[in-house]
Design a protein around this ligand. Sequence first.
Ligand SMILES: Cc1cc2nc3c(=O)[nH]c(=O)nc-3n(C[C@H](O)[C@H](O)[C@H](O)COP(=O)(O)O)c2cc1C
Length: 544
Amino acid sequence: MSDTAPLKTPCDFHQHLAELDKAGLLVRVDRPINKDTELQPLVRWQFVGGVPEDQRRAFLFTNVIDGKGRRYDMPVAIGVFASSPQIYARGMGQKVEDIGAAWVNAIKNPIAPIVVEKPACQEVVITGDDLRKPGGGLAALPVPVSTPGFDSAPYLTATLCVTRDPESGIQNMGTYRAALKATDRLVVRMVARVGGAGGWVHWLKYRERKQLMPISIVLGASPVVFFTGPQKLPVDMDEMAVAGGLGGEAIRMTKCVTNDLNVPADAEIVVEGFIDPSTLEPEAPFGESNGYVALEAYNMPMQVTAITHRKYAVFSAIISQVTPSESSVVKKVAYEPMFLNHLQSTLGIKGVKRVVMHEPLSNLRPVIFVQFARDTVRTEVWRAMQGAATLRADCGKIVIAVSEDIDPESTDAVFWSMAYRSTPSEDVQIINYRRGVQGSQYGPKTAESTLLIDATQKYPMAPLALPGKAYMEHARSLWEELKLPALSPKGPWHGYTLGDWTETWERFAKRTIVGEWEANGLETIKRRREDLNPETPTAKHEKL
Ligand SMILES: Cc1cc2nc3c(=O)[nH]c(=O)nc-3n(C[C@H](O)[C@H](O)[C@H](O)COP(=O)(O)O)c2cc1C
């Protein structure tokens, strides 16, 4: 399939893999690969090996073995949801540039799910002793080790953990990591603090009621369903209805076999069970999405009561840890439009053009760049920076405002803007009291502050000293004609005006490119002065 082929939203995980394959975005690996030591490190190279983002691929491993030499029939898919924005967009059936609008539209126009019988996800049902026999239950799934050398267990990573509010009856779904502990036991980690996991909010209620909390972990669903897991939606919003809105049709749901939760009927695998909220069990170390190893902490043990799956199920995992990673791409494409929508629509700040969350190494949340139209008034720039710093407790520790000619995806350009367009004593504010960024929660310091930097252009500046766009474009075709080394231009690659430029200088420049520079000399000789010091700007004394 070419990139111009019509896009459609895959209705299930298998169809998504087939679409990726047709688009040349899926690498199939048929040689034996050890899931405990080789699988994640191999895919990691595409994030740390200098591979351009648009050349990252999804991977399907069809011949998976483990550290004991055991062979698994079930293939492992990894990087299939969001190795790159292009792969994410395929999963949504959208163009990359339309991802943000698709989210906003789905939240405004959800489509309620429907319930179906005889679901594909229950073609095989494993319960009772079969869950406990050696090599059975969870041990029969080819669960990769994410960070060999540091992780304490294989982890379920591409999860959709479904729980239900015991008061409202509304289900929530979140992507939470889950450590394998026994063939029928996991420990699930849900962020347990203000603004934390929806599942944790439910857990608090079950603990209060002294009741077991039903939980089902979905592995491998249509991408629109998967994408709603890591998206931060209000806790009482039905994520399946938003997923329906994303895909344009109702998600087919079904009742679990051993608890009363509803899960996507077309899922690949579902792990059903209960969490006993009266007890906690040590979990981790595990390499986390913030780029550090999460150290051991007490988290929620889940007793598995059933594993159901399709007859030919594919196990899916996500590659996370140090950014960029699949986990940061999945958040970046979803969070940035949310921030933009908040600043433009909720706060009504019209001058905001883009919001970019810094991805390499820093993991999106701490550093946010906000780009503004050139004439945005200063007070609105500050209101937007405050909005970006406060929308979420864990995002926006450092917010930097730039003007529209600065590419916020380029840290070089942002530093350039800070160097020439901000005066630290006027354009920097430090605001006390904010929560520590994720990754520092195990360190001694948990509270932090916010740094806001207005690096926008505040007054007219002289043009950027590169040849004008037309000359650079023409020169590029000459460059290519001469078969010189391939170019991959990084902005800025041509000069442009920044407000401090006059008709006189424009006339001089125009004459100069047609060899008429002597005419400029005839003009300037008439403007000679005897009363001034060298380097006095002419614009101070003449109307140009
Ligand atoms: C790959 C990946 C792993 C994640 N792991 C966890 C986790 O272990 N625990 C957690 O609470 N949130 C985790 N998150 C973040 C949540 O999925 C995210 O905050 C989501 O919005 C939670 O949904 P909820 O608000 O419905 O709980 C992870 C996200 C991704 C993309």
